[in-house]
Structure formats: C-alpha cells, structure tokens
Write a protein that binds this ligand. Structure first.
Ligand SMILES: [Zn+2]
Length: 320
C-alpha cells in the first residue's frame, strides 16, 4: 500500500486502514421519478429500511459501503449521510453518470459540453454533492463529498454519449485522483472501457469494473486482471440458493492463477427483492455472513477472504 492516501466518505476522509470490511458496489437510496415509474423493482426510497438493512451488515462486520448511484439518477447524499450517522458504517457516494436508460436521450446531461460536465463531477468530489442532485435550478452544495466517479457503457462499443461521459470522468479523475467505478452491461465491455480510459490518461489501477462476474469465462477475467484494473464481482448474492455459487467458482479459478490481488466484492443490491427489510431474500448481509463459507468450501483461506473484503478495497478505493 505504498502511496495510499485517503478514502473519501460522505462524512469525511478516512485513512485506508480504517476502511475495514467493504462492500464495493451497493444501492441504499435510489429515488427518482423516472426509476419509480419505469423500474419500480429497484426503487429504494426508504431511509429507515436502509438503516436497518445496513445495521444487519454492520453486525456481521461490514464497515464501509459504496453507493453506486451517480448524478441525477436517484442519488440522495443527505439521506446517505443520515444512514452513515445512524449505523456507523462509512458510506462513499458517487459522482459521474449512469446508463442512458436512467435519464432518457434528451436529458440535460446529454446536451452540455464535456468541460461543463467534468466541472460538475469535480465540484461533487472537491466541494460537496448538491442537495438536489443536479435536478433543480437551485444548486445547494452540501458538505458531503463524492468519493468515486461512475461511468457506464452498453457493452463493448462506446457510443457518442459514452465517449463524452468518459472524457469528463477521466478529466475529473486526473484532477482529483478519485477512483472510477464502471457499469459493464451484462458484464461485457470491460476491456474496451479500460482501453478508452487509459487513452484518456487514467491509470488502470484506478478503474473498478462492476458486474463482470455475469461472464463466466475465466479467460476474460484474467485478461482484465493483467491490465492492472480491479475486478468487482457483485453477482454472488443472486446465487444464494445455489450450493456452489458460480461467482465463488470463478473466484477459486482466479485464485489458482494468482489473481486474487485484483478482486473486490459487492452485492449490487438494487433490487427490492434482495433486501430483508423490503421482504426479500437473502439480504445484503449474505455477502459478509454466508459468502465467505462458500469461498472457503472452494479452497480459499480465511486470509484470502480477508484480502477480498478488507485489504483489496482499501487500495482500490483510495484517491491517487
Ligand atoms: Zn449497480
């Protein structure tokens, strides 16, 4: 951990050593009119439900979570700060932009220049996230700063919108040193994302690729690891009913080839039916409480599990 500096949470900067067990791609608040209307199964609008769900995770040892919803797509930094204060769990909020489906083609984020977009990301990271999440003509910056930059593509090919968002995100990354969290649609497009960001001057070790364990080809994952980027496996919680979760098998195969040092974990738990507090299963706590047993059954040691949940995220989430 040679040049690790700090990790930026909504309640302030913490040293990497203080991070503890970390869920690296979560959804705690997801509250926008578009999502409520079009994607009601991922509407997360209840802060007290989030406090209870996060408290269950805390009681299983979780100390830090990344909320992966970026600008103007249901993010609410005020409620995230409230959840963090109530539970004692560090929360990291994102700037950047998600997939176009959470905005619509004519949204303002698709119509402003790259420099303006980059400046909005930088101000979230350096000054504080807007209380109204860039959805109102009134800008009211809070003291809660973003700690990561989100981008998304629709697979392997970057379209014109993706290219603009990547340029703005890369600029904000170079200025602030914040890590970049990417959404890989159906797990695909990781290599193209890495290559696009690297061309824009982002160091590969600042790139965290989500959802890629939807792809079960281990060669794909080894190729990603060889670039120096982070593999963020977040599908395990959907496999809780499976005695041998495919994500655990994939992790064991990456362990065989010496790639555990590139792996971090999360739940991507946006679906209400994954939350105990919304009446679903197995609960976000499953990753901390049950998944380690599945990994050990596949031959990993307790030290390996600690590396995935504690040591690696402390490096991946640090500002460079
Ligand atoms: Zn997500």
């Amino acid at each position: 951990m040679a040049d690790t500096t700090f990790i930026r949470t909504v309640l302030g900067d913490v040293s990497a050593d203080a991070l503890g067990m970390t869920y690296a791609h979560e959804h705690l608040i997801l509250d926008s009119p578009l999502i409520a209307a079009v994607f009601p199964h991922i509407r997360l609008d209840d802060a007290s439900a989030a406090i209870s769900e996060v408290a269950r995770c805390r009681d299983a040892g979780v100390k830090t979570m990344v909320d992966a919803m970026p600008c103007s797509a249901g993010r609410d930094v005020v409620r995230l700060a409230e959840i963090s204060l109530a539970t004692g769990v560090n929360l990291i909020t994102a700037t950047g932009l998600h997939h176009e489906r959470y905005y619509g083609a004519r949204h303002w984020t698709a119509r402003i220049g790259v420099d303006t977009l980059a400046q909005l990301f930088i101000d979230d990271l350096v000054i504080g996230v807007d209380e109204f999440d860039y959805t109102s003509p009134i800008l009211q910056r809070t003291e809660h700063r973003a700690g990561i930059i989100k981008v998304a593509t629709n697979g392997g090919k970057l379209d014109a919108r993706d290219q603009r968002v990547f340029e703005a995100a890369a600029h904000a990354q170079r200025v602030t040193g914040a890590p970049i969290l990417t959404h890989c649609e159906h797990g695909r497009g990781a290599m193209e994302q890495i290559s696009a960001l690297a061309h824009l001057g982002v160091s590969t070790d600042a790139i965290l690729l989500s959802h890629i364990d939807k792809v079960t080809d281990v060669g794909y994952h080894r190729d990603i690891a060889e670039t120096g980027a982070w593999l963020l496996f977040d599908q395990g919680v959907r496999q809780a009913g499976n005695p041998v979760p495919p994500t655990a098998t994939l992790i064991a195969r990456l362990a065989e080839s010496g790639h555990l040092g590139s792996l971090i974990l999360g739940t991507d738990g946006a679906r209400r039916d994954l939350w105990l507090e919304y009446g679903g299963n197995p609960g976000l706590v499953w990753l901390a409480a049950d998944f380690p047993t599945k990994l050990v059954a596949q031959g990993l040691t307790d030290a390996d599990v600690r590396q995935l949940l504690v040591d690696n995220p402390a490096r991946a989430l640090a500002f460079r």
